[in-house]
Write a protein that binds this ligand. Structure first.
Ligand code: MEV
Length: 327
């Protein structure tokens, strides 16, 4: 028997970094998904097929054995390995697994690829072992995997990937599902620079340690922008969403997480008529996001492309994690 689970990536509209301390972050699930297929084995090996990314290998205990690709690739699998093992521990059911990983979400780009992969791994493993996991259990177990990649992430990524739709997420408080339907005219631009969320979160923390009052003031302002942003989203006030994205980008630049490539894409989108644009995710590379008049989606995409970014017109995905048995 095998099981397939899919989970969406995400884009943060407002509140990245500030959500590490409090938030809120306003986040949408996007129509790009990670897919995990899980199959039971009759030994204790956990095998990963990531051939789309050019590697395959298995863990015997904690030792990684590459089948295709380099040995260091084993490090990249730690989050999934932890997510699968924590799921089995939680259910007190143990099995070897064959896990096949396929994803439409760009990696290390701020679009929640690692969280989507962890969420889908937990859901697939849980279903395979008849675990009957609730959404909250899937979300919490995926967080255990996320911690391996990101250190102490806020939890926003695993929440949106589990639940889908539009969420406001406040650290220490939890999620509020936003009653919102339909789409928003958004274009994402990938700078094609990979980066590490863990390092960027650490960089902001260091800046805050050195300048606590100043940085706390900026974090509070980001929280205020998020709250106003949520009102603007509910009212579908695109020009106001754009203003607030521009302000949010300035605040994120001031805590040191933008880079020239992201600024170039943000300005290209604004220059092509977007109402506003900002980096999305941890920054340091990865992606920016712009809101525009629906008639200008193509123009803004073209401008991002001419500035050597990779544009994606994205829709909100209202489907969170989904699981199905294959045979
Ligand atoms: C990463 O998607 C968003 C950050 O706020 C980190 C986190 O929330 O854990 C930068």
């Amino acid at each position: 028997m095998s099981v397939e689970a899919t989970a969406p990536g995400k884009a943060i509209l407002f509140g990245e970094h500030s959500v590490v301390y409090r938030g809120p972050a306003i986040v949408i699930a996007i129509d790009r998904r990670a897919k995990i297929t899980a199959k039971e084995r009759d030994d204790e090996i956990i095998r990963f097929d990531c051939l789309d990314l050019g590697f395959e290998g298995y863990f015997e205990g904690d030792e990684y054995h590459p089948v295709a690709g380099e040995e260091w690739r084993g490090n990249r699998l730690q989050a999934m390995l932890v997510a699968a093992r924590k799921t089995m521990e939680h259910l007190d059911k143990h099995s070897g697994l064959d896990l096949t990983v396929r994803s439409e979400i760009p990696i290390a780009a701020g679009l929640g690829s690692s969280a989507a992969i962890c969420v889908a791994t937990v859901a697939a493993t849980g279903e395979l072992l008849d675990g009957n996991l609730s959404l909250q259990e899937i979300c919490d177990l995926a967080y255990e995997g996320e911690k391996v990649v990101h250190g102490t992430p806020s939890g926003v990524d695993n929440n949106i990937s589990t639940y889908g739709g539009v969420l406001s997420y406040e650290t220490g408080v939890g999620i509020e599902r936003i009653d919102f339907q339909g789409g928003l005219p958004l274009v994402i631009g990938n700078s094609r620079r990979k980066r590490s969320t863990r390092r960027l979160v650490a960089r902001v923390r260091l800046l805050r340690d050195r300048n606590p009052e100043l940085v706390d003031g900026l974090i509070d302002s980001m929280g205020e922008v998020s709250r106003k942003g949520l009102e603007a989203i509910k009212a579908r006030d695109y020009p106001m969403i754009g203003d607030l994205m521009n302000i949010n980008h300035g605040l994120l630049s001031s805590v040191g997480v933008s880079i020239a490539r992201l600024d170039i894409l943000v300005h290209a989108a604004r220059g092509a008529g977007a109402y506003g644009a900002k980096l999305t995710g941890a920054g340091g590379g990865g992606c920016m996001i712009a809101i525009t008049d629906p008639d200008k989606l193509k123009e803004v995409s073209r401008a991002i492309s001419h500035s050597r970014g990779e544009p994606h017109i994205v829709n909100i995905s209202y489907e969170g994690v989904e699981t199905r048995r294959l045979d």
